[in-house]
Design a protein around this ligand. Structure first.
Ligand code: CO
Length: 137
């Protein structure tokens, strides 16, 4: 059902410093940068093989990621799994009693379709499923 780990989301309060760390010190190629108004973040993807680290910098304090950093400080935010058919996976998870933050997919980075599962249903780990743009199913 879950194809692979697509990315690990990291909440940051200083995007330039985080890019210097991940792109410079850790040597990951920067592959994408995008402001996602709907999610209230500026996001950066860095390549790790076929997977990514997704840096999330809040556009304002009162956004989801802004509140997260306010409560817990910068750090690991979510794990995202790649799926072929997000609608089907959401339906299966719903049937299995998983609490969903997004009952319908929404548009994520690079025009992917994404949905978040509630950490209360996933052992405290905020979990995202992502169907890449142009996925065939
Ligand atoms: Co993500």
């Amino acid at each position: 059902m879950l194809g692979l780990i697509d990315h690990v989301g990291v909440a940051v309060d200083d995007l330039d410093a985080a890019i210097a760390l991940y792109g410079g010190t850790l040597g990951m190629p920067l592959s994408h940068r995008e402001t996602i108004e709907e999610q209230g973040v500026e996001a950066v993807l860095l390549d790790v093989g076929d997977c990514h680290v997704e840096l999330l910098c809040p556009l304002a304090v009162d956004t989801t990621v802004g509140k997260f950093i306010d409560r817990r400080g910068p750090g690991l935010h979510h794990v995202a799994y790649r799926v072929d058919d997000i609608q089907a996976v959401l339906e299966t998870l719903r049937e299995r009693g998983v609490r969903l933050i997004d009952s319908e997919p929404r548009i994520g980075i690079r025009r992917s379709r994404v949905a978040f599962l509630h950490p209360r249903s996933t052992g405290g780990v905020l979990t995202e499923i992502v169907e890449p743009h142009g996925a065939v199913h």
